[in-house]
Write a protein that binds this ligand. Structure first.
Ligand code: HEM
Length: 691
């Protein structure tokens, strides 16, 4: 929808014009410099500044302009400048290919700036920044295609000199990462792609069909590459690379050697929202806050939370009973999870499953923004004035202010009613008697003088985000799968009828709801939330060979890693018939004699605990991660998921409904979690047996 500018935004237009001019000048300077260098050193050879632009032109031409703006017509490179003219000195194999990437990026940026400017002039404010997103997605594709096209084309003569410059050098071992560490990775990748030099890390370069990588189901694309290139491979976007690991034992090594890694790009994306909350926190803050937050998730509190899960789920079911039309169960579970996490974290009842409110809208938009940021390759929100010019960023700023106000009110109220408690006494507290049994209240009561209100806010918003969509997705996929297996659904319902009936569940009931718990676990195996974990290497290291990799990868400082949990959970060598939803697989032991390094899955391994975990599966199942940065809310989430599933299955039968009347119309898309593409629309029939 077009929204007219309240004001002609002359400042914004001026800004874009200046930016456009700046980008154009920068492009020209960057591209002219090597050409000038080249002509002065190779005076006998016919080369012009225009020639330096040539590698960019075909690439720019492949990018379709999203709005009616004409990009300059491409000039076929070889037609104007003979390849022989590109042959350079003795140190070079003579290609201009390395110019292609910076030139393409700069060309795309210039074109984007132009389109943005035109959009602003044309008062199409909603679409203003669209071209950047399109160029980013399309550019990523083209850049990977270019990796393949430019393979072995060689490097220019000046290549080795660039790497003498001080800012391109790696930092010494044991020191924090510097820009030079990343540049060295770029250097090795470019040399591997363009000059066929051996891979420094040993990982094969993934290439081929990219459609799944860029259409919003990245985890599927990573799986296809895994089938082609093995359990450790390198995914390159131009010089930017990710080492993709799909082996349980290597994943175990990475996750348990936490001191060797940080959260890399994930932390960069989330820090604006979560500040110094646990997920993006620097190692020092993380250590202190993890120690402070862990005891808050204690048994007595979880007992009380289980009652709240029941009450809030019942409230949703009551509301659903009055609905005759199809409902989007994904949206309903999202609302329920928000109500639950709001109550648990800061005793705020969003009532999002009951009504709309400004705070609910703000919370939902903020959660969506966190997801949008984690999926956007260019962190454009870091640009100056992005929160003024870009409507969604302006909305985000407003929403954050609203949520921060609510959080600050809650913090102030909890501080006023502070009841300092010894941490050792937490289990003895009677949470049933407390009006405000929230995590915030517990943290404030336990809080040492060193914790600031800002840190508390960061902790709260992190818990709110970490605990919302994850659980909602697990519930959505459980209902999706169960509806396709009526016999299994009947058995789960029978279990609920026998163990629970119409009561609200207690902790003891949860122990009896084994099949329900396994349904949540199997959802998390098939649809892990998040489907990949992100790490960055802090110092040069060698990965172990693991169970399935054919070599030991040697990783340099600043290497980015994707731990492809989805691939591990879908590997038929660990989970026979991996694409079939079979909760009872967790009751059967399994070993694979062809992979002796992997200890196998043993149901005895999680006896006495609530769900099959990474240890009982020798890291082939990691629903909540592993090692020191393992999920803090694992038990909370398992209890919540089991209660909500049991409550709806006791009360309703489900059938797929338009517009997702066929299961394959539901679709999958990735954000921070795997969610449906089109919602999960269902008609609900109240069960005769339930009250
Ligand atoms: C089904 C639901 C959930 C799933 C599948 C899930 C999954 C995960 C995973 C895989 C990690 C590890 C991330 C990594 O290593 O990079 C994680 C971390 C975390 N989770 Fe959960 N989570 C769930 C629910 C919750 C809930 C309900 C809360 C809080 C109430 C929560 C709080 C956290 C926090 C604070 C971290 C960061 C821990 C740290 O870095 O020390 N999660 N979660």
């Amino acid at each position: 929808m077009q929204r007219p500018l309240a004001d002609p935004a002359p400042r914004a237009r001026l800004l874009c014009a200046v930016a456009l001019l700046g980008v154009a000048l920068y492009s020209a300077a960057t591209l002219a410099a090597p050409a000038v260098l080249y002509t002065t050193q190779q005076a006998a050879r016919p080369v012009s500044v225009a020639g330096a632009l040539l590698p960019a032109a075909p690439l720019a031409a492949q990018i379709p302009p999203p709005t009616p703006v004409t990009l300059s017509t491409p000039v076929p490179g070889d037609a104007l400048i003979p390849r022989s003219a590109l042959q350079a000195g003795p140190n070079s194999t003579g290609s201009w290919a390395p110019f292609a990437l910076p030139a393409a990026v700069l060309t795309a940026l210039s074109a984007s700036a132009l389109i943005i400017w035109r959009n602003l002039v044309g008062r199409r404010r909603e679409e203003a920044l669209q071209p950047l997103a399109m160029f980013a997605a399309e550019g990523a594709r083209k850049i990977v295609d270019q990796n393949v096209a430019n393979k072995g084309k060689g490097l220019p003569f000046w290549w080795q000199y660039v790497w003498q410059l001080p800012f391109t050098q790696s930092g010494p071992r044991g020191t924090p990462l510097v820009a030079g560490d990343t540049m060295q990775i770029f250097k090795h990748n470019i040399e591997q792609i363009y000059a066929d030099m051996p891979s420094v890390d040993g990982a094969p370069l993934a290439e081929g069909d990219l459609s799944d990588l860029t259409d919003g189901t990245m985890f599927k694309g990573l799986k296809r590459y895994f089938e082609n290139f093995g359990s450790v491979y390198k995914l390159c976007f131009g010089p930017k690379s990710f080492i993709v690991v799909s082996d349980p034992l290597i994943a175990k090594w990475i996750l348990t050697n936490n001191q060797c890694f940080d959260k890399g790009v994930l932390a960069e994306i989330l820090e604006d929202i979560m500040g110094k909350g646990l997920i993006p926190a620097d190692p020092e803050t993380w250590k202190t806050r993890r120690r402070a937050l862990s005891p808050a998730f204690h048994k007595a509190w979880l007992d009380r939370m289980t009652q709240d899960f029941g009450r809030l789920s019942l409230r949703m079911c009551e509301k659903l009973k009055g609905t005759t039309q199809a409902v989007d169960m994904e949206e309903r579970f999202g609302s329920l999870a928000l109500d639950i996490i709001g109550k648990a974290v800061f005793n705020y009842d969003f009532q999002s499953s009951m009504k709309e409110s400004a705070v609910v809208k703000a919370a939902i938009s903020t959660l969506k923004e966190a997801e949008h940021r984690s999926m956007t390759p260019l962190p454009y929100w870091k640009l100056p004035l992005a929160d003024v010019v870009v409507p969604r960023q302006a909305d985000f700023k407003r929403n954050m202010a609203l949520i921060n106000d609510q959080l600050n009110l809650a913090i102030a109220s909890a501080l006023k009613n502070r009841d300092p408690a010894d941490i050792a006494d937490l289990e003895a507290r009677d949470y049933d008697e407390m009006d405000n049994p929230s995590l915030l209240r517990i943290l404030v009561d336990m809080r040492g003088e060193e914790t600031t209100n800002q840190q508390l806010r960061d902790d709260l918003i992190t818990l709110l985000i970490a605990g919302h969509e994850t659980t909602a997705s697990a519930l959505t996929w459980a209902i999706f799968e169960l509806t396709q297996q009526p016999e299994l659904l009947r058995r789960v319902q029978r279990e609920v009828d026998e163990v629970l009936g119409d009561r609200l569940p207690t902790m003891d009931d949860i122990r009896g709801l084994l099949l329900c718990r396994l349904c949540i676990a199997e959802s998390l195996r098939m649809y892990p939330e998040p489907p990949l974990l992100i790490r960055r290497v802090l110092d040069d290291l060698t990965l172990p060979k693991g169970a399935t990799a054919k070599f030991e990868a040697t990783l340099k400082r600043a290497t980015d890693i994707f731990l492809a949990i989805y691939n591990i959970h879908h590997d038929g060598r660990f989970w026979p018939n991996p694409d079939f939803y079979d909760p009872e697989r967790f009751l059967r032991p399994y070993k694979n004699p062809e992979i002796p390094e992997w200890k196998g899955y043993d149901p005895e391994g999680w006896k006495g605990r609530l769900y099959p975990d990474e240890v009982s599966s020798d890291y082939a199942f990691m629903p909540f991660g592993a090692g020191p940065r393992r999920c803090l809310g694992d038990v909370f989430a398992t209890l919540e998921g089991t209660v909500a599933l049991a409550m709806v299955l006791r009360r309703f039968d489900f059938a797929f409904a338009a517009p997702t009347a066929q299961p394959d119309q539901v679709g999958m898309a990735t954000g921070a979690t795997i969610h449906t593409r089109n919602g999960l629309w269902m008609t609900l029939t109240p069960r005769a047996t339930a009250a």
